[in-house]
Design a protein around this ligand. Sequence first.
Ligand SMILES: [Zn+2]
Length: 132
Amino acid sequence: MNRNLRTRLLWVAATDSTFERMEQGGRAVLSGRCIHCRRRHVLSPDGEPLSPASLEHIMPRNHGGTNEAANLAIACKSCNAAKGRRLDCRRKGDPDLERVVEQLTARRADRWREPPEGWLLGDPPPEWNDPS
Ligand SMILES: [Zn+2]
């Protein structure tokens, strides 16, 4: 997985209070929960997913969603793909899409925290705020 994507996943985990540092099989990992279904996901300390995790854009990119941390979450690949198929393709202002974006935005805000001390994150990618 490319470095910018791994860096984004790390920053999402750092600002999502469901994620904690722990040991699994003798190695340090970050463990937390899918924004949709709360399934547990595990990242290596450099952001590589060790479970079928993906980067979710809460407001989809094709609806103007950005790469800012508050618009990003960690989701199961299957949850992410299901939202993509079901909702992200809809027109702007679609009530189902708006409702889900609102729910996920609120859930992400509830989980929000400042990155804990001692988490080695590196700098956010230079295009962190680039909507492309
Ligand atoms: Zn999920």
